[in-house]
Design a protein around this ligand. Structure first.
Ligand SMILES: *Cc1c(COP(=O)(O)O)cnc(C)c1O
Length: 389
């Protein structure tokens, strides 16, 4: 395929560690400029590729590889591990990526450690793993409690910051303990994005994420990815993708790549907005359990500021009752009541309505968008007052 830059493992000119995040984001994964070609080649819609004679790659059948994925995979790899030789695999969703790592790496009789306060579909994954004879142990994200249940584990799964509780754990510390006894470590990097945290640099074997959230940031596509530096581990995840076929469409992959160019701009505004909202909510009547890893008095702040470069767009807090939380959500004008997070338009929801998370009835997960900070803060405070009346 013409126009693809770098070797088989990426390693392009723009993953240089000396460039700033914005520079790397706008150039990530782009092919070498070629006369009369677009900067970012359009989506390649192909179920199969011309393939006379011996069936050799890179592009044979659309479930295995697609040039639009290749560009996006290089881009994500450049952001997750600048200057490093890594491979990225894109998936149809974050859950497809998570399942691909877990189900490709563990066998009957293995021990897996999962967070007990992570993404709401993890309990379903746990049930499925257990049904296959895998011993699943769980631990909370904060306080490095994973260490107590790590003994003999094949794989440690970390989600930091955790969704929706926003606890943070020390990735490097846990990786060191895990590797000392031969345990693999996967980190769900959804909340942080690669511009907020680089788990591979902290020693993790796999970084896994939903690209549905802040990575792509417009609330219009589902996507997932796995990035890994080990060729053997990558091959086993790639094989799983081929078996299960949980692949993204070329249009989704292309839209995701297009969105990466603004990742730094979005992340900077959204993080600033999240901090502004958290600061505005701090100490307000009726608000308890306020969490944002970027607030200096947050329990997550110390570790977060040591291992993260941005603190994400999500703020969580609890209002006294379910009715007060519903009234608050209804009174917001700039914030849509919706699930998911990380989009350019602020969203919020009463997380307890799903029944999956261990949270109080009045618990709100708030995702700061890219609105002007003064407008957003004013809207939030107005809704808080109105719901109290
Ligand atoms: C949303 C989310 C997922 C699942 O991603 P999908 O793209 O919805 O499948 C996994 N982990 C975390 C932390 C998430 O927030």
């Amino acid at each position: 395929m013409t126009g693809l830059r770098g070797g088989a493992h990426g390693g392009g000119a723009y993953d240089d560690r000396t460039y700033g995040d914005g520079t790397r984001a706008v150039r990530a994964g782009l092919p070498e400029p070629a006369k009369n070609e677009p900067t970012l080649p359009g989506p390649v819609f192909a179920a199969h590729f011309h393939l006379p004679g011996e069936p050799t790659g890179p592009y044979t059948y659309g479930r295995d590889e697609n040039p639009t994925w290749t560009h996006l995979e290089r881009a994500i790899g450049e952001l997750e591990a600048p200057g490093k030789d890594v491979q990225t695999l894109v998936f149809a969703s974050g859950m497809a990526a998570i399942s691909a790592v877990l189900f490709s790496q563990v066998r009957t009789g293995d021990v897996v450690v999962l967070p007990d306060d992570g993404y709401q579909a993890l309990p379903l994954v746990r049930e499925q793993l257990t049904a296959y004879g895998i011993d699943v142990r769980t631990a909370p994200t904060g306080g490095n409690a994973q260490l107590d249940v790590l003994d003999g584990a094949r794989l440690l799964w970390i989600e930091t910051p955790s969704n929706p509780g926003l606890d943070v754990c020390d990735i490097r510390h846990l990786v060191t303990a895990a590797h000392a006894q031969g345990t693999l470590v996967a980190v769900d990097n959804t909340l942080a994005t690669p511009l907020g945290q680089r788990p591979l640099e902290l020693g993790a074997d796999f970084v896994v994420a939903s690209g549905t959230k802040q990575l792509t940031g417009h609330g219009d596509i589902l996507l997932g990815y796995v990035t890994c530096a080990d060729a053997g581990l990558t091959a086993s995840v790639r094989r799983w993708r081929k078996i299960v076929g949980a692949i993204p469409g070329p249009m989704e992959a292309w839209l995701a790549h297009r969105s990466l160019a603004t990742l730094e701009l979005r992340a900077d505004r959204q993080c600033a907005n999240a901090l502004a909202v958290a600061e505005a909510l701090r100490g307000r009547g009726g608000v308890s359990g306020l969490r944002y890893p970027g607030l200096p008095d947050d329990p997550s702040y110390k570790i977060a500021s040591a291992q993260m470069r941005r603190f994400g767009s999500v703020v969580s807090f609890t209002l006294p009752t379910r009715a007060r939380a519903e009234g608050f959500l209804a009174a917001l004008r700039l914030v849509d009541e919706a699930t998911s997070f990380g989009g350019v338009r602020s969203t919020a929801e009463r997380r307890g309505r799903w029944g999956g998370d261990a949270v109080p009835e009045g618990f709100i997960r708030f995702s700061a968008g890219a609105e002007n900070p003064a407008d957003l803060v004013a809207d939030v405070l107005h809704a808080l007052d109105e719901s109290a009346a």
